[in-house]
Design a protein around this ligand. Structure first.
Ligand code: ACO
Ligand code: PYR
Length: 534
């Protein structure tokens, strides 16, 4: 069964990734996925995990059965979501309501209509009967020993249309025994000042404990959530990474970080905030979506600095260009090297890479110039850390790091009359005093070149056997001043323990790929601790 939260009950962090988050287009969770996400959320320390709508589909029903058997929740309570009973019936006889009880969840969230127009058009019943549906369902679930929260659907739109009725729904829920009445911006059209004003008035007029559930259709879901807290809401409903219906829900991570770091509210167990970046990315993996690089607090770019002026101030004190210390949320500061870099950017990047530039202004200035000159030609070092490190070392040591010298390379694409084709490449190089000639075939000319280079080098450097090319991107850069377009290739390589990116730029894609490959293998040997040629 579920554990009781070790945090007090005065403020709730309620996660609905497994229910509303799963309503996002493109997310399709298996029971195993849901169990995995529930474990991550419990590790993070949220107080409530809304697992889905038991009875609405077999997957959610199975989730509740298995979650209670298989997960020993340390922090969270499991919540089942469902609707108030049908009009004209009895909650105790409503199969949908009884499926909520059968789920075994200790907490139940009921969605209730609070907008008069929805009652009349969608439920096709009277305003009084809707109030009765709320009272009857809450009282019945309470009589069965469950804690009940009520989500007032379309509350803010309903409040605008008929404030007295919207408040009557809040009172009906609260008086029937709901612990929290959650005001929902279901269509996501509200702005923070509106939310703050409505929450403050409803709180004053009803005295009910209020929560907030904000959809992100105006891009204000996080701001609306915090505005509701400012007005006195003590229960926030959010989803991991903001997943949810349409454009999504209020994002759990910036909300929780704001509560802990800006409001000084202790809403997570000790140390949990430092796990936030890891948990955000782990959940993205489970739902099979690439983590957003620019997500506040947890994105890989959240503390990445590109402008030279920023870097020069950060060198003195990182706080000058950061609103928090990234370590507080388990993220890291990164320096980006590009044509916007200045000396300080290069020095800090050198430090990050473990290369001591010894305050050598002349050397650092040379690197800045070289980066700017190459970026003008199409190189991009912010996306190719490994190529940048090789450039930096070459400047610092006065010569390029060399493990092999290329005599020539050649790639051939052969088209045959029957429509088949073959790709073949030959590489000739010198390594450790030996001349090596290697030929290989591939599924394309770049793949053939990669294989030929690998065949040639592996004879001398067996360490390269564990390298894998994991990503390959090509971009055609616009031609300038009447010159031809150039091609930029970015390659990511892995040795099973880490990944690095390299860049090549040339007039044709094969030559650009070759440059990126040369850097990729050179960097792989450097990482493996192999001594370069004298
Ligand atoms: C704002 C939100 O995101 S709320 C969460 C919504 N989530 C989902 O809808 C996902 C899961 N839903 C489902 O699997 C299905 O819609 C089910 C199983 C719940 C219902 O399926 P069906 O019985 O086929 O009904 P259908 O989906 O067509 O319509 C919903 C019914 O619930 C009624 N209903 C809607 N809200 C409420 C409510 N708060 N209280 C009581 N009944 C309600 C509607 O009036 C409609 O009734 P009708 O069948 O008499 O027309
Ligand atoms: C309950 C809910 O998901 C909403 O009103 O948006």
């Amino acid at each position: 069964m579920t554990a009781t939260s070790e945090l007090d009950d005065t403020f709730h962090v309620f996660d609905t990734t497994l229910r509303d988050g799963a309503q996002r287009e493109g997310i399709n969770l298996t029971v195993a996925d849901k169990l995995a996400i529930a474990r991550h959320l419990d590790d993070f320390g949220v107080g409530f995990i809304e697992g889905g709508w038991p009875g609405a589909n077999p997957r959610d029903t199975e989730f509740f059965a298995r979650a209670q058997q298989e997960i020993h929740f340390r922090h969270a309570q499991l919540v089942a979501f469902g609707a108030t009973r049908r009009a004209g019936g009895k909650a105790s006889e409503d199969p949908q309501v009884n499926a909520l009880l059968a789920s075994g969840a200790p907490v139940i969230t009921l969605v209730a209509k609070s907008h008069d127009r929805h009652v009349e058009l969608a439920l096709r019943t009277t305003l009084d009967e809707n109030l009765e549906m709320v009272r009857d369902t809450v009282s019945y679930l309470r009589s069965q020993g469950r804690r009940v929260f009520v989500d007032c659907e379309h509350f803010f739109d309903g409040y605008r249309a008929n404030p007295e009725y919207a408040k009557a729904v809040v009172r009906a829920a609260s008086e029937a025994g709901a612990d929290v009445v959650v005001l929902c911006d279901t269509n996501g059209g509200m702005l923070p000042a509106q939310v703050q004003a409505v929450v403050a008035t409803v709180l004053a007029d009803t005295g009910a404990r209020l929560g907030i559930h904000a959809q992100d259709d105006t891009g204000c879901a996080v701001a609306n959530t915090l505005a509701a807290v400012d007005a006195g809401a003590t229960h926030v409903q959010c989803t991991a990474n903001g997943y949810g219906e349409r454009v999504g829900n209020s994002n759990l991570f910036p909300v929780v970080a704001a509560l802990e770091l800006k409001y000084g509210k202790k809403v997570l167990p000790e140390g949990a905030l430092r796990e936030m970046t890891r948990i955000s990315h782990a959940i993205a993996e489970v739902v099979n979506l690439t983590p957003s690089t620019h997500q506040p607090y947890v994105g890989v770019s959240a503390f990445a600095h590109k402008a030279g002026l920023h870097a020069s101030a950060i060198k003195v004190d990182p706080d000058l260009y950061q609103h928090i210390d990234p370590e507080q949320v388990g993220n890291t500061m990164r320096m980006l090297v590009s044509d916007m870099a200045g000396r300080a950017s290069i020095e800090l990047k050198g430090k990050e890479l473990g290369i001591d530039l010894g305050g050598d202004r002349e050397l650092v200035g040379r690197v800045v110039e070289r980066v700017k000159e190459r970026e003008l030609r199409g190189y991009t070092y912010e996306a190719a850390d490994a190529s940048f490190e090789l450039l930096l070392r070459a400047e610092a040591e006065g010569k390029a790091l060399t493990y092999f010298e290329v005599e020539s390379w050649r790639a051939i694409v052969e088209d045959r009359p029957d429509g088949s084709h073959a790709n073949e490449a030959t590489v000739k190089l010198f390594a450790k005093g030996e001349r090596i000639v290697a030929t290989a075939e591939g599924n394309g000319p770049v793949n053939a070149l990669d294989r030929a280079l690998r065949v040639a080098l592996e004879k001398i450097y067996p360490q390269l056997a564990k390298l894998d090319l994991v990503d390959y991107k090509v971009r055609i850069l616009e031609g300038k001043h009447g010159t031809q377009s150039t091609t930029r290739v970015l390659i990511s390589t892995s040795d099973g323990e880490g990944e690095w990116s390299t860049v090549g730029v040339a007039e044709n894609v094969i030559a650009a790929s070759w440059q990126a490959l040369e850097d990729a293998y050179t960097y792989g040997l450097l990482r493996a601790g192999v001594e370069p040629a004298a």
